[in-house]
Every structure is written in structure tokens, then in C-alpha cells.
Design a protein around this ligand. Structure first.
Ligand SMILES: [Mn+2]
Length: 326
């Protein structure tokens, strides 16, 4: 399969990206696999904004969209056009398109993203790595296009901002993030309701899974590194899978003294998805790069092949080398 490499990628400014969006039509907007609030909020906010100026668009998610996003993620039109304009939002690497990579991986016309690790797989790229969420970029683009916001668009953007910042708690939050959030309060977004739904609501099966995961917790390197494991068996026993598990990786945040929180999630007989959360001064994206992955300074990931013991040893080795260097 063809994968676009760096040379073909043109970096766009905000103004050029706004013009691109105004000059094209028949959009297919792609999110990343295991969708989170930012990729979905960004995709739908862009979808509603493009609709607002008479463009035809369709949002396609590689996985089933969790029901909790129903308040903004409605069914979109279906694009019949044979040559749609393909946009990817919050997708740092074409591999993150999951089931859609084969079909769209080499065909993305425009990527809008905030990951410093973006692999420049798209023909055009708008990248703001200072943005706390891709939804920040979308908000600015909508403004640049002079498209009006409405309640549902504002809700989608708020969801992206809030979910990528742990409800405005992470170090990625800037004055700009909060000013955008303030602007969204001009609309009927019901932020408290969104916050409860996104951050404070857990299913019974997830509580069961979390107790198993906490039972498996291991501490290393003078308790500065915590390792949580989510095995196939735990997922099978509790019925939790996919995006149910997104909260597990942030558990390390609440553990005193931990600056590297590792989550190993089994994704196959011989494969684990590593999610790493680090706290100052450790850099998660540096550590995950050595494991073949990438991400942000505070949150990064990689997919590592091997049995649990092998994967754990590899990850701990990478963490240790970085811990030794600080
Ligand atoms: Mn994001």
C-alpha cells in the first residue's frame, strides 16, 4: 500500500487553510480510530460549519461512535461524489485511521492537527502544536472563515477542548484555550452537563474493570513509575473494550510521586498498546518514540509486539533511561 511521505506535504497557515475549506466541496471528514472527544468534537464542529456555508460533508469514524457523544454526533449526509475532498482531524499518523487507513491513508487532502509528532502524511497540513486540542484549531478556522457558531457547534468544540485537557487541568491549557472556552459560553452549551457526562460518569462494568486493573498495579524505580495492565481476559470478563478504557491511562495522575504512568492494554495475542502519561520533567513523546510511537510531552503511545513480560521489560527500559537522564 502507498503511504505518503513527508516530501509531498505542504504546510498551510490558518488563512490558507480557511481558504482551502472555502474553495473545495464534498468533504469527507475522518477521525482517528478509538475516537475521543477531541477528534469527534473537531470533526463535527467542522462538519456543522461547512454545512453552514452550503458545503456538502460527511463524517466518517473508523469505529462505532460511543453513545455518550450523541448530543453532538448526529448522523451526517453521505457523500456520493466520486472525488471527495478528504480531511483528517486530530489524526497524527495515517496508521491511526485504523480500519480506514487502507482506503484513505494515502489520500488525505488536508490534515488539521495539534500533535507535534504529526507524520506529514497528508497533502496539506495545518498544524498548531501549541493548541491544547485540535478543537482549538477548528474554532480558529471557523472564525477565520467568518462562519457563525451555533449551540451544537459550540458543544462539539467545548467537548474537544475539555476532553483533551482533562477538563482544563493539564499543562497544555493556555490563555487562548480559556478564551476560546469563554467565547463558547455565549452559546447554550451546558458545560456542567457535558463535564459530568465526560468526566464523572462511569458504567458499572468500568468500575469492575478498574478494580481489576488496580489490583494489577506495579510500582518501579522508587515508585516513580506505575504500570497498569489491561489484559484480554479482564476485557472479556467485564465486557469493557475500546473507548471504555480511555480513562485507565489517567489513573497515574492521581498517584503521589508517580511521574511515569504506563498502561499496557492487550490488543492481540502478542501485542500491547502502550499508553504513557508523564509529569514534569519527563517527556512521554521522547520515550514512546524509542518504542516506535509518538504523541505529546505529557501523553504518548506506541504499539509494541510481544508477550506481556517482553513488552513490559521494553517499556520499563525506555522509561528507566529517561528517568536516569533527569
Ligand atoms: Mn487531540
Amino acid at each position: 500500500m502507498m503511504r505518503k511521505t513527508n516530501e509531498g506535504c505542504r504546510k498551510l497557515t490558518l488563512g490558507q487553510t480557511a481558504r482551502f475549506l472555502k474553495n473545495h466541496n464534498n468533504y469527507v471528514i475522518l477521525t482517528h480510530a478509538s475516537p475521543d472527544g477531541d477528534t469527534l468534537g473537531s470533526a463535527y464542529a467542522l462538519y456543522y460549519a461547512l454545512n453552514e456555508i452550503g458545503k456538502v460533508a460527511e463524517v466518517i469514524c473508523p469505529d462505532v461512535i460511543p453513545k455518550k457523544y450523541d448530543y453532538f454526533a448526529r448522523k451526517t449526509d453521505h457523500i456520493e461524489n466520486e472525488n471527495p475532498t478528504i480531511i483528517a482531524v486530530d489524526v497524527a499518523d495515517s496508521r491511526l485511521l485504523g480500519a480506514l487507513e487502507e482506503e484513505f491513508g494515502g489520500k488525505v487532502d488536508l490534515c488539521i492537527d495539534h500533535h507535534i509528532s504529526n507524520t506529514k502524511y497528508a497533502k496539506n497540513l495545518y498544524l498548531d502544536d501549541d493548541a491544547a486540542a485540535c478543537a482549538e484549531c477548528i474554532f480558529e478556522l471557523i472564525g477565520k472563515m467568518r462562519v457563525n457558531l451555533n449551540d451544537i457547534t459550540a458543544k462539539a468544540i467545548y467537548t474537544g477542548l475539555a476532553t483533551d485537557t482533562g477538563c482544563f487541568k493539564y499543562s497544555t491549557v493556555t490563555k487562548k484555550t480559556l478564551l476560546i472556552c469563554a467565547a463558547l459560553y455565549d452559546y447554550n452549551i451546558n458545560a456542567a452537563e457535558i463535564n459530568r457526562l465526560m468526566f464523572d460518569t462511569k458504567s458499572k462494568k468500568l468500575i469492575e474493570l478498574e478494580s481489576m486493573v488496580l489490583n494489577s498495579a506495579e510500582f518501579h524505580f522508587d515508585d516513580r513509575c506505575m504500570v497498569l495492565t489491561v489484559t484480554d481476559e479482564m476485557q472479556y470478563k467485564t465486557g469493557c473494550s475500546g473507548t471504555d478504557l480511555e480513562g485507565i491511562a489517567v489513573i497515574s495522575r492521581s498517584v503521589e510521586g508517580v511521574i511515569a504512568g504506563v498502561t499496557l492494554k492487550q490488543t492481540g495475542d502478542d501485542e500491547f498498546k502502550v499508553s504513557l502519561r508523564t509529569y514534569s520533567p519527563l517527556d512521554a513523546s521522547e520515550i514512546c518514540k524509542t518504542l516506535g510511537g509518538g504523541g505529546h510531552k505529557g501523553a504518548a503511545g506506541a504499539s509494541v509486539k510481544g508477550d506481556l513480560a517482553t513488552v513490559k521489560a521494553k517499556v520499563l527500559d525506555a522509561v528507566k533511561r529517561n528517568l536516569d537522564a533527569i
